[in-house]
Design a protein around this ligand. Structure first.
Ligand SMILES: CC(C)(COP(=O)(O)OP(=O)(O)OC[C@H]1O[C@@H](n2cnc3c(N)ncnc32)[C@H](O)[C@@H]1OP(=O)(O)O)[C@@H](O)C(=O)NCCC(=O)NCCS
Ligand SMILES: CC(=O)OC[C@H](N)C(=O)O
Length: 225
């Protein structure tokens, strides 16, 4: 993409997603602007296997902006990183289009995986301040990851995830019941429920046997007359 088109796109993206911007010129002050511009350059070098030069750009940019994007990460159009401090995007992360990240977001590894070890993030996703998405997990399209969450599992499309570990609280615009909604004192006990059902069944069978024995005795009496 030509530089002028990149600038136009960035202006549109930031004006769309950040109510704090007041004038077009401010776009050049955003660390996100610099970090993404430099990432695109570093990524091209990475694809040509110029790994050292690519890393040199990304590390220098990290020092200047607080945003560390590994040149190997794959990033779609319209990424916006608001504020930026302490954002880390790992080598095998894949980010779709129109994604917003706030400060302190990590798209990182768990330290337990090799190869593809960073998250895949869908389109139109917002990841809140300080959230950590770890491992080769997939965040679906149109998801919101709450500030401060730690997400370790796949998230389906159209979900809001919050907490540590992350849990789905909204799916397809519907509030999802979760462990928080349970009565923590009288938790349901599935084994006890099964035993209760078996007891009831047993009582019914006992009753049935008594009825059949009564009938049998009546028949015997009738036959003996
Ligand atoms: C998660 C978030 C996106 C809201 O998404 P939403 O789909 O509109 O969800 P809701 O606001 O309906 O919240 C759903 C539930 O999650 C809870 N919740 C929301 N955000 C949460 C968070 N970050 N951590 C823990 N719980 C959270 C709400 O209290 C609510 O629970 P309740 O129904 O028991 O009250 C928003 O709260 C958030 O965290 N945004 C991050 C923005 C950010 O990082 N800003 C920094 C700017 S510098
Ligand atoms: C600090 C903060 O909330 O930032 C989010 C966005 N830039 C805004 O001003 O609303």
């Amino acid at each position: 993409m030509k530089f002028i088109n990149f600038v136009k796109q960035e202006i549109a993206v930031i004006k769309d997603r950040d109510p704090a911007i007041k004038s077009t010129m401010e776009v050049f002050l955003y660390p996100s602007f610099k970090a993404i511009l430099k990432y695109r350059k570093a990524h091209k070098l990475f694809l040509k296997k110029h790994y050292y030069r690519a890393r040199r750009i990304s590390q220098k940019t990290a020092r200047q902006t607080g945003i560390e994007i590994h040149p190997g990460a794959q990033i779609g159009e319209g990424l916006f990183i608001d504020h930026g401090h302490g954002v880390v995007i790992g080598e095998t992360a894949i980010i779709g289009d129109n994604v917003t990240l706030y400060q302190g977001v990590t798209l990182g590894g768990t330290g337990k995986e090799q190869g593809k070890r960073h998250p895949t993030v869908g389109n139109n996703v917002m990841i809140g301040a300080g959230a950590k998405v770890l491992g080769s997990v997939t965040i679906g399209n149109n998801c919101k990851i709450g500030a401060g969450s730690v997400v370790l599992k796949d998230v389906p499309d159209n979900a809001t995830v919050v907490g540590v570990p992350g849990r789905i609280v909204v799916l397809n615009d519907v509030r999802v019941a979760d462990a928080n909604d349970l009565d923590q004192v009288d938790l349901p006990d599935p084994v006890m429920n099964d035993i209760d059902e078996l007891k009831t069944e047993n009582d019914e069978l006992k009753e049935r046997i008594i009825q059949l024995e009564d009938k049998l005795n009546e028949c015997r009496k009738a036959n003996s007359k």
